[in-house]
Design a protein around this ligand. Structure first.
Ligand code: FBP
Length: 541
């Protein structure tokens, strides 16, 4: 055993991800079948105007048994974009193996540090030897990632120059909704420039909010929510064993509450707030605090002075008065960023509307400071830095006259780089193959996807989904812009409904479930089963 590699890492490197039957012999002998023209999620005319070359392209499906295509070597560039998600390395391994299956002299280049690597020309060749130790591993450290956007004419031109210099046939962008929107922009730009260069997107994000139509799931959601599920289950058991603490657990998910919903179904906490429901019912912070305090009180009366509350990271932006406050602060900070905490507070007090100024002043000092911090590159408040779990714990304690022993947790970074579950390891390796199948068939502006994911891997179906078909118009930085739609929790869907039907019974009685750690080996019903979210969405449960 090498001291640098854990026994699990060493064993995991030997894992051979399982491919769908259609892809099992590689991508060289695939036949492509084009469906009818596609439209957009909404605002089709406007999307067509933005993407005249790529709009309306068909959904592509694959069948084995084709003539094998022209076996010329392909040169492909790949980039990891945005937050880490388990399985990124396997997408790259899948691309490399599929490329070599097409032609032994194919080459793969990885852009370093995210999209910036493309426009600054920072890259490294990804050889078999280089990729080998990263197979089935978590993290994005093989080539790094970043949150830069490619938007200015100069950046687009610089991307073109880099790709031409490397003689690329294709660029694969592994990212979330924003990065895949960028992929659509690049695909359109290269066609406009009459450059024969495919751009293919791959759906990545632990948040689980890049899905819709033929795209059933983003990779990483399965592993990350299993990691958090393990931790929450352990906390539930500790709470019950100790009998004296309340645990407030914030879970990642910048906007959507899919991770919280999945973890709630896995562990059955006493309370789980779902941001989308809070917005629909227009619950104020006060109402959220009151309802939480009520559960604490009822459990105490039943002899249980402990419990677990899940809070989605994005909750704060779904609370109506906080949303208004954040929008006002975003506008204010776009004009006057910087300054010390006191200057920012004074500026806010002077320039916010009276209701928002009152909301800000009613918050604990640390939360106020967190809300006034600088924005991310998209002008958004950085919700992962706001301690919503602490805000709720403090306010609930206040409401109960100080009688609450509370622990606060934030689970996010703990799961983003975990070694991918069997599901994510197989799914991502398959997505890498689909990306190459699309490239080999000259597709561009398409997302690599696999369908029927709740079924056995053999029956997963590879497809190419036109990126424009996933788009609609939304306001960005105060202007209408074409974007890939973020999938929020569907309050009418089977996942939320299952949760809603059960949650009452979790509040006062203990109904905790303890999912335990991800299993990489062992019976399929333990090691290979995917999320409740996917299974319920597909009617598999
Ligand atoms: P992506 O959408 O890029 O996959 O990232 C999602 C996420 O994991 C969110 O859940 C979280 O808010 C964010 O990343 C935190 O990232 P950072 O540390 O870069 O702010």
């Amino acid at each position: 055993m090498s001291l640098g590699v854990s026994p699990l890492d060493a064993e995991r490197r030997k894992y051979r991800p399982r491919l769908p039957t259609v892809l099992a012999r590689g991508v060289a002998g695939l036949e492509v079948e084009a469906g009818g023209p596609t439209a957009a999620v909404a605002d089709a005319d406007a999307i067509r105007k933005h993407f005249p070359q790529t709009f309306g392209r068909p959904l592509l499906r694959f069948r084995s048994g084709g003539p094998g295509g022209a076996a010329k070597p392909l040169r492909v560039g790949v980039v990891l974009s945005g937050g880490q998600a388990p399985g990124g390395h396997n997408v790259i391994a899948g691309i490399l193996d599929a490329l070599r299956g097409v032609h032994g002299e194919s080459r793969l280049h990885g852009f370093l540090g995210g999209p910036r690597g493309i426009f600054t020309g920072q890259h490294r060749e990804l050889t078999v030897d280089l990729v080998e130790p990263y197979r089935n591993s978590g993290g994005f450290d093989m080539i790094g990632s970043g949150r830069d956007k490619i938007e200015t004419p100069e950046q687009l031109a610089a991307c073109r120059a880099t790709c031409e210099k490397l003689g690329l046939d294709a660029l694969v962008i592994i990212g979330g909704d924003d990065s895949n929107t960028n992929a659509a922009v690049l695909a359109e730009y290269f066609l406009e420039q009459q450059l024969d260069l495919s751009v293919i997107g791959v759906p990545k994000t632990i948040d689980g909010d890049l899905k819709g139509g033929p795209v059933e799931a983003s990779f990483g959601f399965d592993t990350a929510s299993k990691v958090y599920g393990e931790l929450i289950g352990n906390i539930c058991r500790d709470a019950k064993s100790a009998g004296k603490y309340w645990h407030f657990v914030k879970l990642m998910g910048r906007s959507a509450s899919h991770v919280t919903l999945e973890c709630a179904l896995r562990t059955r906490p006493n309370l789980a707030w779902i941001g989308e429901e809070v917005r629909k019912n227009e619950l104020t912070l006060r109402e959220i605090v009151d309802r939480t305090a009520d559960v604490v009180r009822r459990r105490r009366e039943a002899g249980r002075s402990y419990g677990v509350v899940l809070v989605p990271e994005g909750l704060i932006e779904f609370i109506p008065e906080m949303r208004v406050l954040i929008d006002e602060l975003n506008a204010l900070l776009a004009l006057h960023a910087g300054g010390d905490a006191e200057t920012q507070r004074r500026r806010a007090a002077e320039q916010l509307t009276a209701p928002s100024a009152a909301v800000l002043e009613s918050l604990p000092g640390n939360i106020r400071e967190q809300l006034l911090k600088d924005r991310d590159s998209h002008g958004n408040v950085q919700v992962s830095l706001i301690e919503t779990e602490a805000l709720l714990a403090v306010k609930v304690a206040e409401r109960l006259g100080g009688e609450l022993k509370a622990h606060k947790h934030f689970f996010g970074y703990e799961g983003r780089c975990a070694a991918p579950s069997n599901f994510d390891a197989d799914y991502t390796y398959g997505l890498g193959h689909v990306a190459v199948a699309l490239i080999a068939h000259g597709a561009t502006g398409a997302m690599a996807a696999l369908r029927n994911l709740s079924g056995p891997h053999e029956s997963w179906e590879p497809v190419g989904v036109p990126l424009t078909s996933l788009m609609r118009i939304e306001q960005r930085k105060g202007k209408p812009a074409p974007v890939i739609e973020k999938a929020l929790v569907d309050l009418e869907g089977p996942v939320f409904k299952t949760f809603a039907a059960e949650r009452e019974t979790w509040q006062v009685e203990d109904a905790y479930r303890y999912p335990g750690a991800i299993q990489y080996f062992g019976p399929a019903e333990v090691a290979d089963v995917t999320t409740a979210t996917l299974r319920l969405e597909q009617g598999a449960d």
